[in-house]
Every structure is written in C-alpha cells, then in structure tokens.
Design a protein around this ligand. Structure first.
Ligand code: NAP
Ligand code: MG
Length: 505
C-alpha cells in the first residue's frame, strides 16, 4: 500500500476531487439544517467546500433513522458472516479510492500526504478488516453453574452509537470506532471534528455502496456545542464513544448523567513520558524514535512523546543525536510526498500552541531548536532543554511540535517524574536491561508502555488511558468489541423435579 504518487499527481487529484457539502443521513447527502461552515485547507487558507452543519433537530431526525434501522434488524440481526462480507467490501472500496481519500484527508487537515497514504489509510483499512474478520470467530460464554441450570452470557449490539471524533486522525480515529461498532451490529452516527469532516462523509457514501443499509452509518458534521451536545444529551442514543480532550470528555459524562445514563467511553489527552535510562543502548536509534514520537503529525497526537526524561549522564549525547534527526524532517506543502511535516490544523490551534511558546520565552526556557513564523502560521520542531518538571510546558498537553527534555538523577527519579501527571495514556522506556525496563514498565501508570521503541502497539492490542487520559473502555483488539456490546445473561432452569415429585416430598 505504500504506493506514493508524485507531487504533480497529488496536485492534479486535489484539483479534480469532488468534495462533499452536506451531512449524510438515512442513506443520502442532505443539508444539516444548521449554519453554513467553510471547510478550510490549513496549508493555504483556501475554502475547500461549504457545509450546512447539522443542528439539534436534524440530529434528532438522524437518531430516529438510526433507531429505525437498528430495530428493523437488517444489519443488527443479520448473520455475522454477512456483516463481515459487507465490511470487507467496504475495505476494498477504500483501497480502490485510497488516493482520493488520502488527498482529501491531507487537504482537510494539513497532514502530510506521505502519512495519509502510508499510515492513516492502510491502518484504517486494516482496522476495519481486522474487526470484520473477528466478528464470526468470537464465541459467547456459558457460566459454571450447577447441573440444575444452564446460564449463557451472550453479547448483543448496544443499539445506536454516537462517535464523536477529533481532528488529528480524522479517518483513522473513525475506523477505530466504526470497525468494532459496525461489526457488532450497531447503528453508528459519526460527529467528525468541525475542522475535518470530509473523509467521514465520503466514507458514508462508500459504506452505502458496500451494502451497509440506510441509517446504519450516518455522518453529522457540526460543532461540539450544537451537534456534539445534542448527541450527548439525546435520550435515544445508547452510547457515545468519544476521542478528544479530557475537558470535553468530562462534558460527555455530565450529558449522560443528565439524560439516559448512556454508556460513555473516553479516549482523551496525554503528557506522555519517554524514559532514557543510564544504560540505554544505540542513542542514535533512541533519538530517531523520539523525533518520530514527538513530531509525527506535528505533535498533534494524543500519544505523542512530550516529556523526555533522560539520565543526566546521557543528556548531552541525546541532545546532539536529537538535533541530527530533527534536521532530517522536511517540512512544507502537505501534498508534496517528500515532506514529513505539514502544518497545524487551524489558525486557532496555531494560536494555542504559540501561546505555550510565548510563555516559554517569557520564562526563558532554554530552547535548542525551533522557530515560529506568525505570518505563515508555521511552527518548526521545538525542543526545550533541562526543563523544570513543574513548568507548564512539562505539565500541560501542548498538542504541537514541542518537546521538553527533563534531567533525572537515576531510574527511580525518572519513574517518579514520569508518573507525576494527571494523564496516563502511553509511556516509553529505553534501557539495555530488560529487567530494569520491565520493573519500570510495571510501575508506570499508563495504558501502553513500549520498551526500546516508540509506539502504540497495533490493532491486536488494546489502546486507552489510565487516570484522566481515558474512561470506560479500550479501543483496538477484542477489547473494542466489548465496548460496543452489552452482555445479557440467559438463565435456563434445568431442575427436573416435577409437580408430582414436589407434592410427594
Ligand atoms: P476536543 O476539542 O475535545 O474535540 C473533540 C470532539 O468533541 C470534536 O468533535 C468537538 O467538536 C467535540 N466537542 C467539543 N466540545 C464539545 C462539547 N461541549 N460538547 C460536545 N462535543 C464537544 O478535542 P480536539 O481538539 O478535536 O482533539 C485534540 C484532543 O484529542 C487532545 O486532547 C488529544 O489528546 C485528544 N486525542 C486523544 C486520542 C486518544 O485516543 N486518546 C486520540 C486523538 C486525540 P468541534 O468540532 O466543535 O471541535
Ligand atoms: Mg480543514
């Protein structure tokens, strides 16, 4: 799948592409009834398309269509093998349309086409395929009762599931949710981030073409306070699967409490530590992993490395190696396949990241690289050296290409700094001693810990956060299927004592 096209081909495709301009409800594009919203290409500032956003009334209508489809059972009660076939057909359509989807994603979000084409698209396809292939191989349970009963614990789809998405991996985060949610038989309503609705809308069209019935996969572009809140408070939505900031995640818990106690799962932010211990081997390789972990997707990544906690004795060596690897990144037009770094997703987000850098400048935090071009709204990879772990740049999620190096005196000190945060999404450790690495991995408070690499695991491993990084479930792996199903116990009495025997007793 790493069939990158040329810069010229991508530019030509960007000119030709037909971009969606409406919500996708009950099997067709239709105006959302709300205000018109310009969808901006953050790399150029150009308007790509204008979409009539979904308002509360249309959200209500879409929910009724999702419920109708669920109750009617064409998807929710069809044979798992049939759902598998249809979802695999969707993957084939995604593969056939991969260049178009990759360009759409790049134009909409400012992500480099290299990432869209070689990471986001293949991973999204793989995710949907993996869950589709799993669904006719998952068995339910029989409880260890005595001989006088048989108790089955079966899993059933939850019903109408709302998926509220962030803008940093629009297509991939959607795949993480629709893969298991659709495989399990739910009706799904997607609310993409207002900045990046395009690939979700195109996917709804492909889903219909693949054979997913009307009303089962709907996309409601809209802003959080209108569409997101209407979904959160809706009495007939059974679950919200959310990815975004911790602050917004808290709103969804409140919406649930104020409405129908709908199930809520949250994948939220992070302030992910990377521990480089005294005995770390191959410091150049370590630096390459860190540069990737910190600056990939312009640092707009919930699992981005944002704190490198390095043993004092290795700090200078690591600093030099990091500068070398950061120098290898090309940054520029996201549609040029040679660029590894594009632009931040919006002017608003640029201002947010810049305000952190202004604070760092005011506090004279020593930077070893990085620059801000306010006119072009561009920020280059920025690294601060020997940062106080209590400084706001080392405590708060910046969500941009900004990294703090913090010095530690030994392994215990490094672990203590790493855990001193409200977040707990991912962590990484570099050490030559597998014993030291595993002992540290055990005490790090995070959902995923990687050893001698940066990463998030893969589709086979559950992903989600401890503490304020997550709530209620895990994406990926078979754990994701559990998120999108309810269990039901069916207890069958097998006691064969009959009426006559009872009377005679
Ligand atoms: P966000 O501001 O929390 O927005 C996420 C989604 O929630 C958007 O669709 C947004 O709508 C909606 N929303 C915002 N306010 C709302 C409200 N009051 N009620 C209902 N819905 C509301 O997050 P973001 O800025 O898009 O994404 C960045 C965050 O996502 C970071 O914190 C990052 O760490 C996190 N993230 C986590 C993971 C993970 O798996 N753990 C993955 C990716 C990102 P709008 O369209 O109006 O913004
Ligand atoms: Mg955009």
């Amino acid at each position: 799948m790493s069939d990158l096209q040329s810069y010229e081909d991508y530019k030509a495709l960007a000119e030709q592409i037909r971009l969606p301009s409406a919500a996708f409800i009950n099997g067709a594009y239709q105006a959302g009834g709300g205000v018109n919203m310009d969808i901006i290409n953050p790399a150029t500032g150009d308007i790509l398309t204008t979409i009539a956003m979904t308002n509360a009334e249309t959200t209500d209508y879409a929910t009724s269509k999702a419920r109708e489809a669920f109750d009617q059972g064409q998807w929710s009660r069809c044979h798992p093998a049939e759902r598998k076939e249809i979802l695999i057909r969707l993957c084939k359509l995604m593969t056939r349309n991969r260049h178009e989807l990759a360009v759409m994603e790049s134009l909409d979000s400012g992500k480099p086409i290299q990432d869209c084409a070689t990471i986001d698209l293949p991973e999204a396809i793989n995710c949907i395929k993996w869950h589709a292939e799993a669904i006719d191989k998952i068995y339910d349970d029989v409880a260890p009762t005595g001989e006088d009963a048989m108790a089955m614990i079966i899993r059933q789809p939850i019903g109408v599931v709302g998926c509220v998405l962030p803008w940093n991996f629009p297509l991939l985060m959607m795949a993480w949710k629709i893969g298991p949610a659709l495989a399990a038989g739910n009706s799904v309503m997607i609310k993409p981030a207002e900045e990046t609705p395009l690939t979700a809308l195109r996917m709804a069209e492909l889903a219909l073409e693949a054979g997913i019935p009307r009303g089962v996969f709907q996309v409601l572009p809209g802003d959080g306070l209108t569409t997101g809140q209407a979904m959160g408070l809706h009495p007939d939505i059974d679950m919200i699967s959310f990815t975004g900031s911790t602050e917004t995640g808290r709103h969804f818990l409140r919406y649930s409490a104020q409405s129908n106690l709908k199930k809520i799962t949250l994948e939220c932010g992070g302030k992910n530590p990377c521990l480089v211990l005294k005995d770390a081997e191959y410091i150049n390789k370590v630096a390459e992993h860190i540069a990737m972990g910190a600056f990939w997707n312009m640092g707009q990544n919930c699992s981005a490395i944002s704190r490198v906690i390095v043993d004092k004795s290795r700090a200078d060596e690591l600093r030099k190696a990091l500068l070398f690897h950061i120098g290898q990144f090309h940054q520029g037009d996201p549609l040029d396949p040679k660029n590894r770094l594009g632009v931040l997703v919006s002017d608003t987000h640029f201002s947010k990241v810049k305000s952190f850098l202004d604070k760092a400048a005011k506090d004279k935090l020593p930077a070893i690289c990085g620059s801000v071009n306010a006119k072009e709204k561009q920020i280059t990879p920025t690294v601060f050296y020997d940062v106080d772990p209590a400084h706001i740049l080392a405590t708060d999620e910046v969500f941009g290409p900004v990294l703090c190096l913090i010095l530690a005196t030994d392994t215990d000190h490094a672990v203590q700094i790493a855990n001193n945060t409200n977040y707990g999404l991912t962590a990484s450790i570099f050490s030559a001693s597998i014993g030291t690495a595993l002992r540290s991995a055990r005490v790090l408070k995070a959902g995923t810990v990687t050893v001698n690499c940066y990463g998030e695991g893969d589709i086979t491993t559950p992903f989600g956060g401890w503490k304020e990084s997550g709530f209620g479930g895990r994406d990926n792996g078979l754990a994701a299927h559990d998120q999108f199903t309810e269990t039901k116990t069916i207890w069958v009495n097998l006691d064969d004592v009959n009426d006559e025997e009872l009377i005679n007793e």
